[in-house]
Write a protein that binds this ligand. Structure first.
Ligand SMILES: Cc1ncc(C[n+]2csc(CCOP(=O)(O)OP(=O)(O)O)c2C)c(N)n1
Ligand SMILES: [Mg+2]
Length: 793
C-alpha cells in the first residue's frame, strides 16, 4: 500500500509522460518503419489515452507486487510505456510495436517481452479472466494456505460490457463474494464505431449491484466538483448529468465561443449565467474534467474498493477517449492517428524534443525517484510451474464388460483421488454437467468446493454433494465460457497464485464450441489443463442433432497449444490421462525443440458408447505393454494385424490385397466388423486405432517443415511409420467430420477414403445414424474396395 503522502502533481506529470510515450509508440509503428507490404499497421492512441490516468494511478501509486492486472487490449501501449518508465522494458522495444519479435498489439502473456498478467484481445474475456484468477486464488488459499494477499484488477472498455460473457462471469456463484476483485470501466461512452447512444451507466450499474457487486462512480474531477460546490453550481451538474452521450461528446471537438454555444444550447438561463464569468479557454478543461482523469479521484475510488472485502467492486471511471489529444471525443477516433504536426506539438508539450523523446525520467528527478521506488515495490518473487510429484503411468483401470471412455475417465479420476501424492492437486470443474459426465465418483470422494461449509439438505446415497472449503470440485452454472475461463486460470495458478494445480474440466462435447473463444484465450495464455468433451459424436444418437458434435475433432486438432486425444479403450485412456497430468505436473519443458504437445492443454474427446475391451487386451498381448503404451502416447497403434488375425491371408498364390482401416473412438466396433468381412472376401485389413490424431499430424508437420526449411525430401515420421509399415490404401472412419482424418492418405502417399459425419445428425439409434452417414460395416467394406481401386489407378 502507498503511504499517506501522494504527490498528485507528480502523478500528473507521470501521466503526461505515459500519454506521450503510448501515443508515440503507436505513431512510431506507423510512421517510422518502412512498410513493405502496404498493410496498415494501426494502433489505438485514443483508446490508450482514456486509460492513462487510471493506469498511472494504479502502477505508480496503488498496486503491490502480488496484485494482478488485466489491461484492456487497446491500452497495451500504455502498459508498455509504464513498464518502460518503471525500468522493466528495454527502450529498443518502444519502436517495435506490432513488429515481429516486438511488442504485441494486445497484451500477451506468451509473446510480449515484459510481464503481462493476463492476455487480452477478444473483448470481454480480459474482464472475466481476473475474476476467475481470484476464484482460483480463493481455492488455493483454502487448500494450500493463504498466499500473500493479492488484488485482481481488470481495466476494461465500456463497450466490453456488451459481451455476454461478462455477465455470465459475474452471475456465477463461483465468483460471488470475491472482495479482492476490482473492475475499472473506462467509461468513455464510445465504442469502435460510435458514441454509444443514451446514458447507459445507470442500467449497467444496476446490473452489477443486482449481481452483488460494490459499485463506485467516479464521474467528475476535482475542478468540476469545486465548481459544483459554488453557489448556483448545481445547475452546472444538472446540465452535464442530463446531457445525452452524443451531445456531451460533441463538445470535445470545440473550443472558445463555439463550445460555449453548444454547451448552453437549449440550457436554462441560470446555466448561461453561471458560466458567464468563466473565460473561454477555461471552459474546455472545466466541462471535460471527468473523474477518470483525476488521479486523486481514482485513488480514492481504489481505496473505497479495498475497504469492501466481501464482494467484488466495479469503478465506473468517466473518461475521455483521446484524452489530451486533438482527437479527444471524436466519434471516429477509435483508430485515428495523430499527424506529425500533432505529434510534434504533443512532444513539445511534455518538454521533449526529437533527441530526448524516448528518454525515461531523470533518475534524480522526483518522477525518476518515484519510478525506481515503484519498480522495486512491484518486483515479484519467482514462481515455479512444476509440482514435485510423480503421476503414475496408469491406474490400471480394467473391465471385463464393455466400457465407455467417459466411464473409464471417471474411474481413472477416482483412482487418482486415492493417490496421496497426486490427489491434493486435482481440481475438477464443470458447467452443471458434473454428474452426467461421470465426475460423481470423484465428487463423492473429494467434495464440492465452497469458501464456507454448507449444510447439505439432501441425503443421496449415490451422490454426496458435500460443499465446503476442502472440496476439490468447482461447480459452475451453465456457461461454457466460464468453464474455459476458469480452467485457464486454474491452469495458470502456478503463476498467478503461486501454486501449480492439476485442473480437469468436463463439458458436453458439442458445447466446446460455445466456450471456444475462452478455450482459445486460455490456451493462448499458456494455461495447462485437461478438458474432457463428453459425450461426443453422433453415438449420442437418441439425443439428436442439437446435442451431437461433429466438428470438435477438427477444433481439437487445429487449436495450437492443445493436444487432442480420442482414445477408444479404457487402457489407452488411462495411459493418456495419466501422461497428460504428468506433463502438466512437470511444468512447461525448457527445451524449445520439445514436441509441441509437451506444453499445452489436453482435450479428451469421449463417448458414452460401451465398447468391448477385448480387442485392446489382445493388442496388449500381441504388442506388449511397453511398446503399446509408447505408441498410444505417440498417437496410434495397430489394433488388429490382418495377417495375425487371418493367417489364411498370408502366402496364397497371389498376395491378398491390403488396406488400412483407420479410426478413433466410438465407431471402432463397426470398423472391426468391417475388417472381418473384408477378410472373408480375401482382403487383408489392418485396423489402426488413432489415439491422438493431433500427435500424428504434428509429427507429420514437423518432418514436412524440416524438409521445407532445409530443402530436403521429408521422411515419413516415426510415429506414422511404426503403425503403417506397408504402403496400402486407407479408409478413415470417424464419428466426427470426415475432414479431420482426411489428411492421412496424403501423409502416407496413398489413396485415402475418408468416412465421417458431414451433416447434422438427428435422433435415432446408433445403428440408424451410422447407416445414414455410411459408417456401418458394409459401407466401410465398400470404401475399402474403392480405396484398392484408387490405388490401382
Ligand atoms: C470479441 C471482439 N469483438 C470485436 C472486437 C473489435 N473491437 C476492438 S475494440 C472495440 C470497441 C471497444 O470499445 P470499448 O471497449 O469501449 O473500448 P475503447 O476503445 O472505447 O476504450 C471493438 C468492437 C474485439 N477486439 N473483440
Ligand atoms: Mg469505450
Amino acid at each position: 500500500m502507498r503511504g499517506s503522502e501522494v504527490d498528485y502533481d507528480l502523478l500528473d506529470e507521470v501521466a503526461r509522460r505515459v500519454l506521450w510515450l503510448a501515443v508515440r509508440i503507436v505513431d512510431s509503428a506507423n510512421h517510422d518503419r518502412v512498410n513493405s507490404d502496404g498493410v496498415k499497421v494501426g494502433g489505438h492512441q485514443a483508446s490508450s489515452a482514456s486509460l492513462v490516468t487510471a493506469m498511472t494511478a494504479l502502477y505508480f501509486a496503488h498496486l503491490d507486487s502480488p496484485d494482478r492486472v488485466a489491461v484492456k487490449p487497446h491500452a497495451s501501449p500504455v502498459f508498455h510505456a509504464i513498464q518502460y518508465l518503471l525500468g522493466n522494458l528495454d527502450r529498443s522495444y518502444l519502436t517495435r510495436l506490432r513488429e515481429r519479435g516486438g511488442l504485441q498489439s494486445y497484451p500477451s502473456r506468451t509473446k510480449d517481452p515484459d510481464e503481462v498478467d493476463f492476455s487480452t484481445g477478444s473483448v470481454g474475456l480480459g474482464a472475466a479472466a481476473p475474476l476467475f484468477a481470484a476464484a482460483t486464488r480463493r481455492y488455493v488459499d483454502a487448500h494450500f494456505g493463504e498466499r500473500a494477499a493479492a488484488r485482481f484488477y481488470a481495466l476494461i472498455g465500456d463497450a466490453e460490457l456488451d459481451e455476454g460473457n461478462v455477465w455470465e462471469a459475474i452471475a456465477d456463484p463461483a465468483t460471488a463474494g470475491l472482495g479482492n476483485v476490482t473492475w475499472i470501466v473506462d467509461f468513455n461512452r464510445q465504442s469502435l464505431d460510435r458514441v454509444v447512444p443514451g446514458i447507459r451507466a445507470q442500467q449497467w450499474q444496476a446490473q452489477f449491484a443486482a449481481a452483488g457487486w460494490h459499485v463506485v462512480e467516479v464521474k467528475y474531477g476535482r475542478r468540476l466538483e469545486a465548481k459544483f460546490r459554488e453557489p448556483g453550481g448545481e445547475v452546472l451538474r444538472a446540465r452535464i448529468d442530463a446531457m445525452p452521450n452524443e451531445q456531451y461528446q460533441s463538445l470535445f471537438g470545440l473550443t472558445g465561443p463555439a463550445l460555449r454555444e453548444r454547451f448552453t444550447d437549449g440550457a436554462p438561463a441560470e446555466l448561461v449565467e453561471f458560466i458567464r464569468d468563466i473565460e473561454d479557454e477555461d471552459l474546455y478543461p472545466l466541462v471535460t474534467d471527468l473523474g477518470g482523469h483525476d488521479v486523486a479521484a481514482m485513488l480514492t475510488a481504489f481505496d473505497d474498493c479495498d475497504k469492501v472485502v466481501d464482494r467484488p467492486s466495479v469503478v465506473f471511471a468517466y473518461t475521455v477517449k483521446g484524452w489530451g489529444l486533438p482527437t479527444a471525443g471524436n466519434p471516429r477516433n477509435h483508430s485515428a492517428l495523430l499527424n506529425s504536426d500533432q505529434i510534434a506539438a504533443l512532444r513539445a508539450s511534455v518538454g521533449l524534443d526529437a533527441s530526448t523523446e524516448w528518454d525515461p525520467f531523470e533518475p534524480a528527478a522526483p518522477a525518476g525517484i518515484l519510478s525506481n521506488a515503484r519498480r522495486i515495490h512491484l518486483t515479484r518473487e519467482p514462481r515455479n510451474a512444476a509440482l514435485a510429484i510423480e503421476v503414475p503411468h496408469e491406474t490400471g483401470v480394467r473391465s471385463g464388460k464393455p466400457l465407455a471412455t467417459q466411464e473409464a475417465f471417471g474411474r481413472v479420476l477416482v483412482d487418482l483421488s486415492r493417490n496421496d501424492a497426486v490427489a491434493p492437486y486435482l481440481v475438477t470443474t464443470a458447467p452443471d454437467v458434473a454428474t452426467s459426465t461421470n465426475l460423481a465418483g470423484f465428487i463423492n470422494r473429494t467434495g464440492v468446493f465452497s469458501p464456507t461449509e454448507r449444510r447439505s439438505w439432501n441425503e443421496d446415497p449415490v451422490l454426496k454433494w458435500a460443499e465446503g472449503p476442502s472440496g476439490q470440485h468447482i461447480e459452475l452454472g451453465i456457461s461454457e465460457m466460464n468453464l474455459f475461463l476458469l480452467l485457464g486460470q486454474l491452469g495458470l495458478s502456478w503463476d498467478l497464485s503461486d501454486q501449480p494445480l492439476l485442473p480437469i474440466g468436463t463439458v458436453y462435447d458439442p458445447f466446446v464450441c460455445r466456450g471456444l473463444d475462452a478455450f482459445i484465450h486460455s490456451t493462448y495464455s499458456g494455461a495447462r489443463f485437461v478438458i474432457a468433451g463428453t459425450p461426443s459424436g453422433i453415438t449420442l444418437a437418441p439425443e439428436g442433432g442439437a446435442h451431437q458434435s461433429t466438428i470438435t475433432a477438427s477444433i481439437g486438432l487445429e487449436l495450437p497449444g492443445v493436444t487432442f486425444v480420442e482414445p477408444t479403450y479404457a487402457g489407452a485412456l488411462d495411459w493418456l490421462l495419466c501422461d497428460a497430468l504428468g506433463r502438466i505436473a512437470h511444468g512447461p519443458s525448457s527445451t524449445p525443440t520439445a514436441a509441441p504437445y509437451d506444453d499445452g492443454a489436453y482435450y479428451f474427446r469421449l463417448t458414452t458408447r460401451p465398447i468391448d475391451q477385448g480387442p485392446f487386451d489382445a493388442a496388449r498381448r500381441r504388442i506388449g505393454d511397453a511398446i503399446l503404451r509408447r505408441q498410444v502416447l505417440a498417437g496410434g497403434y495397430r489394433l488388429v494385424d490382418a495377417f495375425e488375425a487371418h493367417p489364411e491371408l498370408v502366402g496364397g498364390d497371389t498376395p491378398a490385397p491390403l488396406v488400412h482401416l483407420v479410426s478413433s473412438g466410438a465407431v471402432m466396433p463397426e470398423v472391426l466388423l468391417a475388417a472381418e468381412e473384408l477378410a472373408d472376401e480375401g482382403v487383408a485389413a489392418h485396423v489402426v486405432d488413432v489415439t491422438s490424431l493431433d500427435r500424428l499430424y504434428s509429427a507429420w508437420q514437423r518432418t514436412l517443415r524440416q524438409g521445407v526449411r532445409t530443402a530436403t525430401t521429408p521422411s515419413v515420421p516415426g510415429a506414422l511409420r511404426a503403425i503403417f509399415p506397408e504402403a496400402a490404401p486407407i479408409v478413415t472412419i470417424h464419428d466426427a467430420a470426415s475432414h479431420a482424418m482426411a489428411w492421412l492418405g496424403s501423409a502416407l502417399g496413398v489413396p485415402g477414403v475418408p468416412l465421417g459425419v458431414d451433416s447434422f445428425g438427428q435422433s435415432g439409434s446408433v445403428h440408424d445414424l451410422y447407416e445414414m452417414h455410411d459408417l456401418l460395416p458394409g459401407s466401410i467394406v465398400n470404401a475399402a474396395l474403392a480405396s484398392l481401386e484408387l490405388m490401382r489407378r
